[in-house]
Design a protein around this ligand. Structure first.
Ligand code: NAP
Length: 674
């Protein structure tokens, strides 16, 4: 018998006397005792803040990202321990792949985004500098810092590993400790993953605690610096988010709740097209994966009126092939629902749907032909609602299992109107090859959907699937879906941070962000900046070059050499007629090349390569006879590997009147050693 423990204040705590007995959805046998432990929730919060929060904040974004990467790799190395428990949740190995490998993959993505998209420091710089004054002595910048509270993650039963890791990765990257509360029914799998992470020794004490069972007075204790990230039913979300202290303190509450996701078959996708087949295969997969227990699963299929029968026929043929049975057995395509109780709940919801729609596949009264059929197993059920306008239950009732309803549409506006009857969904898919259909439906549906997924013959091979939330993209939806957003890359990290607008002089902003801002102090280094190693170069270190004159011969030579004989460089009369130029002018690219010629230090040295250039703008034309000089200032430094880091330089080109003619950010890789 499994006994998932809680982990509180550095100690593993066994289930209490009144623990819940969990039964296998496959055999009906008791498999675990969970919950009932006497936990001191106040002490857990204090432990998280005092130990976990302060240790995490000691680290910068890149250190935390490295920690996540190591943690994901460690989990990956021991994932078979998780796969061994996976069938006890009713899930097949393929279902488990979404949960276990999907969760680990999500953590890897956050680790990589943390290193690539967040600064090598403790203050996140959000967006560009805002010019708030004419002379540039008073500027604005948005920054974000970690909240000083604790993140409470309450998760649904269907993804015991992914559900935890997709929240934990952005939370830890932000620098905030977490208390994780998994759904009791699958808590043993979450507990195993938490044990592995703690055994890795990679996490600071207090960064991660686990509650198996009820949350006691934990939520009542939360304040303004805490975050609740909840996944589950709309009913529980409402009860929790309307707790007086949550409202009073403005405690951040992210809710991911149920959703009547739709999939629309485009008007162009007639039988015989790859799109028709794609629609059917995605729909069949969404009905059967995790036995339909996915928040993003397709609950409503919206199909052109004339194609209702072909769709039913094609889906029936697919669903007849699905082998239902013990998820641990080879060849089984659909396992069991998570529990017998869940099956009863799904059948009750399906019965409600049946009052508005005719059943066209499967029989709720018939047990699937497999061993243990009485427990969590059920057949996929397919309904068809012929009049979706008059219906309401089919748009409101989430049967959280292998149940879906087909409904006809007349035209695109009608299809969008039906999809929007879900009153806020996590995702809708549209299978079409017609870009105009995609554009029109986006305009009509995006306001009710957190994600729109378009697929057709061109993207089919590489498309990630209607039902897969990806760490790069936001997951969540408006209205009934909870109004929350998770993941979405760095956006998801910011849920656990406070965004603050800071205003002040360039020197003040430079000191706060660790990034040089135009107008801040320029330092003269002891030698050419390209001779300095990564650690020697200081933020603000500046080189002012000598100047060179740009001649007409230079311009003509460059034009001939590169083939860029655009009239503005070659034809005095035509150039003068152009509203931007006084006459023939130098090529912008010639100016860039001259700038490099002015600022480089040619000998081998710590600068290894020029890797890019950002935000280039040409601000004033340069005419033959004008001269050019450059200011090169170290703006930002980011460690990249064990050998070198990226140095971003603010580069400005001036003419003989000290007017700015061009500017950009130059990226170089610079070695840590000479
Ligand atoms: P649920 O009953 O609302 O439970 C969700 C979580 O809340 C569980 O961990 C549960 O713990 C906990 N919980 C329940 N009452 C609580 C309370 N008073 N205080 C603190 N925690 C409490 O949802 P479910 O029926 O298990 O999950 C299925 C639902 O989740 C479906 O509607 C599905 O659409 C939704 N879901 C949404 C997403 C998404 O990302 N939008 C993802 C997955 C699932 P116990 O298990 O201990 O009761």
């Amino acid at each position: 018998m499994l006994e998932p423990h809680s982990y509180a204040c550095g100690t593993w705590i066994a289930p209490g006397a009144d623990a819940q007995v969990l039964k296998s959805p496959v055999t009906g046998e008791a498999i675990a005792r969970a919950g009932g432990a006497a936990l001191d929730f106040g002490a857990m919060i204090d432990w998280a803040k005092a130990r976990g929060g302060s240790a995490l904040r000691e680290m910068g974004f890149h250190e935390r990202a490295k920690m996540l990467k190591a943690l994901a790799a460690y989990l990956d190395g021991r994932k078979e321990e998780l796969y061994a428990l996976n069938p006890l949740t009713g899930a097949t190995r393929k279902d488990g792949w979404i949960d276990i490998d999907g969760g680990i993959g999500t953590m890897f993505v956050f680790a990589s985004k943390g290193r690539r998209e967040m600064p090598d420091g403790k203050v996140y710089v959000d967006g560009g500098v805002e010019q708030l004054s004419r002379k540039g002595t008073f500027l604005g910048q948005h920054v974000a810092v970690p909240l000083r509270g604790v993140a409470v993650h309450i998760n649904a039963f269907n993804f015991p590993v992914w559900g935890m890791l997709e929240k934990l990765a952005p939370t830890l990257l932000a620098g905030v400790p977490a208390i994780v509360k998994p759904a009791t029914q699958t808590s043993f799998l979450t507990e195993a993953a938490v044990r592995i992470m703690l055994e890795s020794g990679l996490l600071p004490e207090g960064a991660l605690q686990l509650i198996v069972g009820r949350t006691g007075d934990l939520l009542e204790r939360l304040g303004a610096q805490d975050v609740v990230s909840f996944t589950g039913s709309a009913r529980t979300a409402l009860a929790l988010r309307s707790m007086p202290n949550i409202i009073e303190n403005g405690t951040r509450f992210i809710a991911e709740q149920d959703s009547l996701n739709a999939s629309i078959l485009g008007p162009d996708a007639a039988p015989g097209t790859p799109e028709f087949d794609l629609f059917v295969s995605e729909a069949a997969r969404e009905i059967t994966t995790k036995a339909g227990q996915k928040c993003t699963a397709i609950r409503r299929m919206i199909v052109p009126e004339a194609l209702i029968d072909p769709v039913i026929e094609a889906l029936t043929a697919r669903l007849e092939q699905v082998v239902i049975g013990d998820p641990g057995e080879e060849g089984v395509k659909m396992g069991a629902l998570v529990s017998e109780g869940q099956r009863a709940d799904v059948l009750a919801q399906a019965e409600r749907i049946g009052t508005e729609a005719r059943r066209v596949f499967g029989d709720p009264a018939r047990a699937p032909d497999c061993a243990g059929a009485g427990h969590g197993f059920m057949e996929p059920l397919l309904y068809c609602c012929d009049d979706p306008d008059a219906a309401s239950i089919v748009h409101e009732t989430e049967a959280f299992g292998p149940v879906s309803t087909i409904m006809p549409y007349r035209d695109l506006a009608h299809a969008a109107a039906i999809a929007n009857r879900g009153q806020g969904s996590l995702v809708a898919s549209v299978i079409t090859s017609d870009p105009a259909v995609a554009r029109d439906l986006t305009l009509e549906m995006a306001h009710w959907h957190g994600r729109l997924y378009f697929n057709n013959r061109e993207s089919a091979q590489e498309a990630t699937g209607h039902g897969s939330p990806l760490p790069h993209m936001t997951h969540g939806g408006p209205g009934r879906a909870g109004g929350g957003e998770e993941m979405g890359g760095v956006r998801g990290v910011l849920h656990y941070m406070q965004r603050t607008a800071v205003q002040g002089s360039p020197d003040i902003l430079t000191a706060i962000t660790g990034q040089w801002v135009k107008g801040a102090e320029e330092r003269k280094g002891p030698e050419h900046p390209f001779r300095r190693t990564f650690s020697e170069i200081e933020i603000g270190e500046t080189l002012h070059t000598k100047s060179r004159t740009v001649t007409l011969e230079d311009i003509e030579h460059f034009a001939r050499f590169t083939g860029d004989t655009f009239y503005a460089h070659m034809d005095e009369e035509a150039a003068a007629a152009n509203p931007f130029f006084p006459g023939r002018v130098a090529h912008g690219y010639l100016l860039l090349s001259f700038a490099a010629g002015l600022f480089v230090q040619p000998d081998p040295g710590p600068v290894l390569a020029n890797t890019g250039l950002n935000a280039l703008s040409f601000q004033k034309p340069v005419s033959p006879g004008d001269s050019l000089r450059v200011r090169l200032t170290c703006k930002r430094k980011t460690r990249r590997t064990d050998e070198y880091g990226e140095v971003a330089w603010d580069v400005t080109l001036y003419n003989q009147n000290d007017e700015q003619v061009a500017g950009y950010e130059l990226l170089t890789m610079v070695s840590y050693s000479r």
